[in-house]
Write a protein that binds this ligand. Structure first.
Ligand code: SF4
Ligand code: SF4
Length: 450
């Protein structure tokens, strides 16, 4: 099973959409149980996947490396991190991760707006490149918060085609139903969904399908996003502003010196890193940039846009999905005080509390949490899986708000269902293969439905 292990409830960033502090999470800042106690609890699980979680897990590297050492050969490891401190993780341990989920919200200005830190984007890119240069060959997945300033089309396209670092794949979670009422933070959530998110999702879906047919033009993604920005500036005057802060990204003082070293190293290693970086998509041959005078196309390619790929996988393999983040059936969270909870974002709710590592065993946990109410009778529940247990149990946006969010899932599933004839035809012609659809996103704790 999957275990979200809070290595630190504290974070070194203060993102606009997040409540990731020990106070918000209602748990001690660092684990108060011992590594031996957690290892003992895990003994009866024959295939544990440890997802280091927070707060920011890399604030507590001694705990991360200590647990990895203790569980060597007995567990698989995944890192969910803002990656500001990735450069500090010793290479020996970096290379033990099966997968890294990097919190990166899309275009640089969107990312830095959400993070409230000017200049942070380039540092994260440098840290990710550094991980590849140090030999990390596993997938590095872009994990997006889709919040008030997100343009889902532009931000996903940016990460797939324009970003300085080539991510293996991209997924996102809509910043919704975490507080009440619906428009407490959103100026107009239904309007954003209708006018921005859903058109963007359809456009992404259209390009995803054309990509599989070999009809997607190869373009310079940076130029494409810049052109989109220009177009928008003409329409609305300006894009969102970026708040800046003078303080350093990392609280500890030594970071500044380390950054200088990184910048120097980055220059020299950029070429090598570009060559080694994981590919963005699952094409059988590589693509090249087009010049302004000629049009070239991607070879038939399944771009790893995880919500599309995951729904297609469910249809292709005829799988009835449960909650896709795994919570309650094969994913559980270990709070810093040793409490076992279901959803890592819902500590403090009675319904989410399942036990304690000193009192329970892994086999006590499955089957005690599942989406209720609307999800139980929903016609697409076997494809959706219930989207988010937190939203389902709290019902913060009421029936109407819940259904507005579900309309985004219905649209996602419709896009993929409409794409199925093309997918099946291309699979039959063997222009694409099943591999991208079978990638184990769920095993790596990804919330496949936004
Ligand atoms: S679409 Fe909505 S109601 Fe249906 S299963 Fe998903 S979250 Fe539940
Ligand atoms: S229930 Fe799942 S999708 Fe919802 S916040 Fe928790 S982990 Fe994320």
């Amino acid at each position: 099973m999957i275990y979200f292990v809070f290595a630190s409830a504290a974070c070194n960033l203060t993102c606009k959409y997040c409540g990731g502090t020990p106070e918000d999470l209602m748990m001690p800042e660092k684990p108060t149980y011992t590594i031996e106690e957690l290892a003992k609890f895990l003994e009866t699980d024959s295939d544990p996947v440890i997802v280091f979680y927070g707060g920011e897990p890399l604030i507590n590297i001694p705990f991360v490396t200590g647990l990895m050492k203790k569980l060597e050969g007995k567990a698989h490891f995944v890192l969910q991190s803002n990656c500001t401190l990735l450069y500090r993780l010793p290479t020996e341990y970096l290379l033990k991760f099966d997968c890294i989920l990097a919190s990166i919200d899309g275009r640089k200005e969107i990312y830095e707006d959400y993070r409230q830190r000017d200049g942070l984007y380039d540092k994260i890119m440098a840290n990710l490149k550094d991980a590849v240069v140090r030999g990390f060959k596993g997938p590095i997945v872009a994990r997006m918060a889709c919040s008030l300033s997100t343009d889902i089309y532009k931000d996903v396209i940016y990460l797939l085609h324009s970003s300085d670092f080539k991510f293996h794949s991209v997924y996102w979670q809509i910043d919704c139903q975490f507080d009440a009422p619906m428009n407490a933070r959103w100026p107009d959530f239904p309007g954003w969904l209708r006018d921005s998110y859903l058109p963007g999702l359809r456009r992404l879906g259209d390009e995803w399908v054309r990509g599989m047919k070999g009809e997607l033009e190869v373009y310079d993604g940076v130029k494409k996003v810049e052109a989109m920005e220009e177009e928008e500036k003409k329409k609305v005057g300006s894009i969102s502003t970026v708040e800046t802060k003078e303080e350093d990204v990392v609280k500890e003082g030594e970071h500044e010196e380390k950054e200088k070293e990184e910048e120097t190293r980055e220059e020299g290693e950029k070429k090598e890193c570009d060559e080694k970086a994981p590919i963005t998509s699952s094409s059988s041959s590589s693509s090249s940039s087009s010049s302004s005078s000629e049009t070239t196309f991607h070879p038939p390619t399944v771009f790893n846009i995880i919500p599309f790929v995951s729904v297609a996988r469910s249809i292709l393999t005829d799988t009835k999905e449960k909650l896709r983040c795994g919570v309650g059936h094969n994913a559980f969270s270990i709070a810093t005080n040793g409490d076992i909870i279901g959803c890592p974002c819902s500590n403090g709710y009675d319904w989410n509390h399942l036990g304690h590592i000193l009192k329970n065993k892994p086999e006590d946990l499955p089957g005690r949490l599942a989406p209720q109410k609307q999800c139980k009778t929903c016609p697409i529940k076997d494809l959706c899986g219930g989207r988010c247990l937190y939203a389902n149990m709290t019902q913060y946006w009421g029936d109407e708000g819940f259904d507005i969010v579900c309309s985004s899932v219905r649209e996602l599933i419709k896009i993929v269902q409409d794409a199925m004839p093309t997918i099946k035809e291309e699979l039959k012609k063997e222009t694409i293969d099943m591999e991208p659809f079978l990638f184990p996103y769920a095993r790596y704790s990804l919330e496949e439905i936004p």
